[in-house]
Design a protein around this ligand. Structure first.
Ligand SMILES: NC(=O)c1ccc[n+]([C@@H]2O[C@H](COP(=O)([O-])OP(=O)(O)OC[C@H]3O[C@@H](n4cnc5c(N)ncnc54)[C@H](OP(=O)(O)O)[C@@H]3O)[C@@H](O)[C@H]2O)c1
Length: 300
């Protein structure tokens, strides 16, 4: 059974693959009642759903698949309504669904950017608006955001993705201040690069690649960077994405009000994101104090 009496029913977005799938299974293994949000579960994700259900067989908790496309407000509302009806409550929301994009910023059209932000940022807002009324009514809950070390760092050729994660970080942090006094915890998880998930297979393509022609030698750099990642995967040295799932399970298991603001899971061992978090934390404390809002600051 869950070690915390609070966290029993969990909804994970983007549970068909990668971190979301591993997190849903890891939580079910620890005895939680998990609703695994899967986009198009009766269509192209039929094999993923079958594999998920098979993998969850015999685990200590429960795992049920719920149809959930975070770009569709009605789908978000229906998924939460199903969790509340079948699970009795929603204790934990894990905003994990995400897509990436790689390449020169100028090669992406505004429509490409809207597609990416629609999942990584607006999708999270839709989920918050669907889930928070029930959490606020009970004055308890936990919202986990799967951001990235790229939410703090800025890599050339990942500009669109990094912008979406930076936007997610701001949205999540502002929301954390607003929800803490209502008894709702917020935790931002920042994974480094884990190339064994499907994130690279699901990249939003650049709609206008011809724009790269004017960049000369710079245009060749992204291919080199991503070839390096590919080589890491093929060498068998890729880090295990289960580390991220375990970090999320540990956050969920922590007692309410005692959870960290950020959790960095960076297999590279670099501490840049942790340092940026520490610095940003100090700046935020100062900012809130200046405006007489220190009481909104959740416990570290
Ligand atoms: N892998 C990394 O190195 C890394 C590093 C830092 C952060 N992250 C973040 O971790 C999260 C999970 O990524 P991952 O690496 O596990 O990649 P992944 O294997 O591609 O998983 C992404 C998940 O999001 C789902 N998704 C995409 N669009 C959706 C939508 N409109 N509605 C609902 N679900 C949707 C996908 O579902 P479908 O199967 O239907 O496409 C899939 O289940 C993302 O937020 C990503 O930005 C990844």
């Amino acid at each position: 059974m869950p070690s915390s009496s609070l966290a029993e029913t969990v909804l994970v977005t983007g549970a068909s693959s990668g971190f979301g799938r591993l997190t849903a299974l890891a939580l079910a293994q620890r005895g939680y009642r998990v609703f695994a949000g899967v986009r198009d579960p009766a269509g192209r994700n039929v094999p993923a759903v079958a594999a998920l259900i098979e993998a969850a067989r015999g685990l200590a908790g429960e795992l049920r698949v719920v149809a959930l496309d975070v770009t569709d407000e009605g789908s978000c509302e229906r998924a939460v309504a199903q969790v509340l009806a079948d699970g009795g409550a929603l204790d934990v929301l894990i905003n994990n669904a995400g897509v990436a994009a790689a390449g020169l910023v100028e090669t992406f059209t505004p429509a490409d950017a809207q597609r990416l932000f629609d999942v990584n940022v607006f999708g999270v807002l839709r989920m918050l608006r669907a889930a928070l009324p029930a959490m606020r009514a009970r004055r308890r809950g936990l919202v986990v955001y799967v951001s990235s070390t790229d939410g703090r760092e800025v890599m050339p050729f990942l500009g669109l993705y990094d912008a979406s994660k930076a936007a997610l970080e701001s949205l999540a942090e502002a929301t954390s201040y607003e929800l803490a006094p209502l008894g709702i915890d917020s935790v931002i998880v920042q994974p480094g690069t884990f190339p064994t998930t499907s994130i690279l297979a699901n990249l939003v393509p650049a709609g206008d690649p011809a724009r790269a022609e004017g960049y000369g030698e710079v245009a060749a750099l992204p291919a080199g960077l991503f070839a390096g990642l590919d080589a890491m995967v093929r060498s068998g040295q890729a880090p295990d994405p289960a580390r991220v799932a375990e970090a999320i399970v540990a956050v969920v298991a922590r007692p309410p009000g005692q959870r960290p603001r950020h959790v960095v899971v960076d297999p590279s061992g670099a501490d840049r994101t942790a340092r940026a978090n520490t610095l940003a934390d100090a700046i935020q404390s100062e900012l809130l104090a200046q405006y007489g809002l220190s009481q909104l600051r959740p416990a570290p």
